[in-house]
Design a protein around this ligand. Structure first.
Ligand code: CAO
Length: 561
């Protein structure tokens, strides 16, 4: 054990930056590369991580202090005197070790050269030098074609496995073309957008480490603010109700670690009030918000912001629940504690919201699929060579589209006191994966045949299991099917995947004696469980939906009518 001074590493052009957040306190055990403080210049912010693991003895800086390369941040009782990458014999070595950690060295805007201002025309905005970030994933697209953007307004958020950052625009103008989409992998120099309109009067040029400035009217984005990423738009069984673009309306001000923390808890940062400098959201704010929601205090606010219709009848009430039981399980026997996967944490928060906010009712019914199953088996025989396997789920998707067309409110979403009727039929299906439930979406299922749907489902389910689904492949569903048919069970009560208003649960079909008016005959019966939002749908409509679905599954030729 040795005492080690952790110093500010080489942080590029960041000179004399302000300390805006202290992320640790004396006595805290920190891991190597754990963020210690957040600093901010007038252009960007970044976290400074620890070069060693150990216990914080004292903190050498205060909020508001100006620090620069070599300033001592904390005194650490190090578990191991060796820094994370290179020996800490001198500040520079220590700095470079730290610089390769989660907080990327931000490229800082430099004044444009006199030649830079170009006449009104097309301007290319490219990915600037984003330090160690390579092949990073676009997790948010904050603008769309036609949007007017200001200089340095964030265009997208990217995320590596270590941290996230926003990529701002290097020029003001109107977005003519957006060259990236959710899920894309990007690297330094990639073209993000083409702007037109305003001349980049004060557009920044690339830093020395940045890509070479493209010729003529193209401008290279040069500021990479590491300070953001809102909840990733991962569609789980309960996809977030808000769209990723909502964040663009007023991006919350928070450091990457706070954003990561918020995302893990499923906390929407747009709804958190920041108590830090310039309204910055701190970890304490996120914790306080979570506590308030759990205690019911923020329920009304959450409803108003995320499910407006939930309060359109006149204000929510506090849940007034008793606290969650705290049990020392180890007292009763051996235990093992395991962190839940990120997907489970996100889907858990969404499921809780949907279960609490939606007045959901489930209708159970059975469909006679005797003939359909025979047809399915025959189809699979005929198509043996194609490698495409047709399961009942593909027919269910097609049958649901027909029922959704007949009962359009099942394909709608609440928007305040209005209903949005969607003129497209994108069907999500719950897929069981090692990391938790995912809901890939078969887009435009109305335009696809059973074989195409089966093939797509197979590919999407495989990607889901491998954790390779892109956000785009999990968004846009208008209705979801959760099939446990391959596993078993009779009926269950699935939770609606907001902002959808209904979900169909399906269990394993069984051969049953069915009375045909004269005698009992063996029929293959498929158990259906339809959960619906009672604010939008009533029981009679739900019963009719199930009955119609049953008729279609009984004779798929009805789909053609
Ligand atoms: N009745 C009887 N058998 C059924 C059936 C049903 N309703 N649905 C599927 N089967 C059969 C299939 O025909 C297949 O049989 P064979 O192996 O003999 O060919 C077998 O069950 C396995 O099917 P599958 O699960 O591979 O395929 P699928 O198209 O039915 O489902 C998928 C695909 C991805 C939805 C599924 O694998 C899955 O993950 N299901 C779990 C969904 C889930 O967890 N829902 C709960 C959400 S709420 O927590």
């Amino acid at each position: 054990m040795a005492l080690v001074e952790v110093k500010v590493p080489d942080i590029g052009d960041f000179d004399e930056v302000s300390v805006i957040e202290l992320l640790v306190k004396p006595g805290d055990a920190v891991k190597a590369e754990q963020s210690l403080i957040t600093v901010e210049s007038d252009k960007a912010s970044m976290e400074i991580p620890s070069s060693h693991a150990g216990v914080v003895q004292s903190i050498s800086v205060q909020l508001g202090d100006k620090v620069k390369q070599g300033s001592v941040i904390v005194l650490l009782q190090a578990a191991d005197a060796a820094p994370t990458a290179q020996p800490a014999t001198q500040p520079a070595a220590q700095a470079s070790a730290v610089a390769s950690s989660p907080a990327p060295a931000a490229a800082v805007a430099a004044p444009a050269s006199p030649a830079a201002p170009s006449p009104v025309g097309a301007l290319e905005v490219r990915v600037p030098d984003i330090g160690d970030f390579k092949d990073v994933t676009v997790i948010e697209v904050l603008v769309k074609p036609g949007d007017a953007v200001k200089l340095e307004q964030s265009l997208i958020t990217v995320e590596s496995d270590k941290a996230s950052m926003e990529i701002p625009s290097s020029a003001a103008g109107v977005i003519k073309q957006l060259m990236v989409k959710l899920g894309d992998k990007i690297n330094i120099g990639d073209l993000l957008a083409v702007l037109e309109g305003a001349a980049p009067a004060v557009s920044p040029a690339a830093t020395s480490a940045g890509p070479a400035a493209p010729a003529a009217a193209s401008v290279v984005a040069a500021v990479a603010s590491p300070a953001a990423n809102a909840p990733a738009p991962i569609a789980t069984l309960a996809a977030p109700a808000h769209s990723p673009t909502a964040a663009a309306m007023g991006l919350p001000h928070a450091s990457p670690s706070v954003r990561k923390f918020a995302r893990e808890l499923g906390v929407p940062l747009e709804e958190v009030k920041g108590s830090g400098p310039k309204g910055r959201i701190t970890q304490d704010d996120v914790q306080a918000f979570t506590k308030a929601v759990m205690a019911g205090a923020a329920q009304t606010r959450a409803q108003a912001a995320k499910a407006p219709a939930a309060v359109s009848g006149g204000g929510g009430t506090e849940l007034g629940l008793i606290p969650w039981p705290k049990v020392d399980f180890a007292k009763f026997g051996p235990i093992e504690r395991k962190e839940m996967s990120r997907i489970k944490k996100i889907s858990g928060a969404n499921l809780l919201r949907n279960a609490v906010l939606i007045p959901a009712v489930t209708n159970h019914d059975d469909a006679d699929i005797t003939e359909l199953e025979a047809f399915r088996v025959a189809t699979n025989k005929d198509n043996e060579k194609s490698g495409i396997k047709v399961t009942m789920l593909a027919f269910l998707i097609k049958a649901c589209v027909a029922a959704l067309k007949k009962f359009p409110e099942f394909n709608s979403s609440l928007d305040g006191d209005a209903l949005i009727y969607k003129q497209y039929w994108h069907i999500g299906f719950a897929a069981d994966t090692p990391n938790g439930l995912m809901v890939p979406v078969v887009k435009d299922a109305d335009k696809k045949g059973i074989l195409q749907i089966s093939q797509e489902m197979g590919e999407l389910a495989k990607k889901a299991r491998e954790g390779k689904l892109s956000p785009a492949e999990m968004s846009g569903a208008t209705f979801t099917i959760s099939s446990l048919g391959g596993i078993g069970g009779r009926y269950f009560t699935p939770i609606i995947n907001a902002p959808e208003v209904a979900i169909l649960g399906v269990c394993k079909s069984t051969m049953e004696p069915v009375w045909n008016g004269k005698e009992f005959v063996p029929r293959l019966m498929l158990p259906l469980s339809l959960t619906w939002d009672h604010r939008v749908i009533d029981g009679a409509a739900a019963a009719r939906f199930n009955a119609y679905l049953g008729q279609i599954l009984g004779d798929m030729r009805r789909v053609l009518l």
